[in-house]
Design a protein around this ligand. Structure first.
Ligand SMILES: [Zn+2]
Length: 317
């Protein structure tokens, strides 16, 4: 049973968690820890920040419309891009978005929804979701990595999200030391060139000479025994394991949670990651433990929602 929240008129207080990604926008409504509604729509990333905010607002309204008696008291957002969490503004974004960098997302959504809104980078929200409600629940020192279209990373250290002074801590996807392939960011040899969904698909295509739609198709081929497909996942797994050891050596995190579309094939990825982290353990001698996301597609929205109740009660400033 969900908890009542002291509403004398029978209304139930709910918070919204929003996941605004490059391709899709998802909304969950939470009554306590219980998801009472979900909505999803494509993100109009090419139409600009205002259109993206309008899509997100519309999804929240649809979710509320489908939940009689629900009263929205706060919202949290996990947004693609570098985010200034204090102001709720998107600071930097990839070129797949138009008019997103500089967009005052928190202020716009707060005005449209009439509730306090907290905004966080989407990978940071993923890390919060998994550490508060998911696979890393109860763990204080965790690296979270998302293997999607790109590769993102975030930390929970000492039980708290560590953002860094510019909100960009944990960006393990774009450091060198992972081969020499060109990266989407313009660099070379980044983790993303081996471990993103696109990278897995391209690795397969290079080896097999056959086009595939994406990493999910490569996963199906790997499960059917295709050696090139298995190699593509092995290379991604090895790279993720090495990245985890790198971070564990610097920050002594004990665990890594891996999410995103590629991690959905944990049967193919997990054994290779485990092998990779055991091969070169950190100087502590304690191998970092790797586990898949347990919240799946809801992870970012749930992590974002977990920011909302506190925001409703005690917004700084
Ligand atoms: Zn890069």
């Amino acid at each position: 049973m969900g908890r009542e929240h002291g509403a004398p008129d029978g209304a139930r207080d709910v918070v919204a968690g929003l996941d605004i990604g490059g391709t899709g926008t998802s909304v969950v409504l939470l009554d306590g820890e219980r998801v009472v509604a979900r909505e999803h729509a494509p993100t109009p990333a090419r139409d600009g920040g205002a259109a993206m905010a309008a899509t997100a607002t519309g999804l929240v309204r649809s979710a509320l419309g489908a939940t009689p008696g629900a009263r929205l008291v706060g919202a949290g957002v996990g947004a693609a891009g570098v985010v200034d969490a204090a102001s709720g503004t998107v600071v930097a974004a990839s070129d797949s978005f138009r008019d997103w960098a500089g967009f005052p997302l928190g202020a716009e959504l707060g005005a449209a929804l009439g509730v306090p809104v907290r905004v966080e980078n989407d990978v940071n929200a993923f890390a919060l979701g998994e550490s508060r409600l998911g696979a890393a629940r109860g763990l204080d020192d965790v690296l979270a990595v998302t293997l999607g279209t790109g590769v993102g990373g975030a930390f929970v250290l000492g039980g708290e999200l560590y953002r860094g002074p510019r909100g960009a801590a944990g960006e393990i996807g774009h450091v060198r030391g992972f081969g020499d392939l060109p990266c989407t960011c313009g660099g070379r040899g980044h983790l993303e060139t081996l471990a993103s969904g696109r990278a897995v698909a391209r690795a397969y295509q290079r080896a097999a000479g056959t086009a595939v739609a994406g990493a999910r198709e490569v996963a199906d081929l790997a499960r059917a025994g295709d050696p090139h497909a298995r190699d593509a996942f092995a290379a991604a797994a090895d790279a993720v394991g090495r990245a985890a050891v790198l971070v564990a050596s610097l920050l002594d995190v004990t665990d890594v949670v891996v999410g995103g579309g590629v991690a959905a094939a944990w049967d193919l990825l997990g054994p290779g990651v485990a092998e990779s982290v055991l091969r070169e353990p950190p100087v502590s001698g304690a191998a970092v433990r790797a586990r898949p996301s347990s919240l799946g597609r809801d992870a970012v929205a749930l992590g974002a929602a977990s920011l909302a109740p506190a925001a409703a009660l005690s917004l700084p400033g």
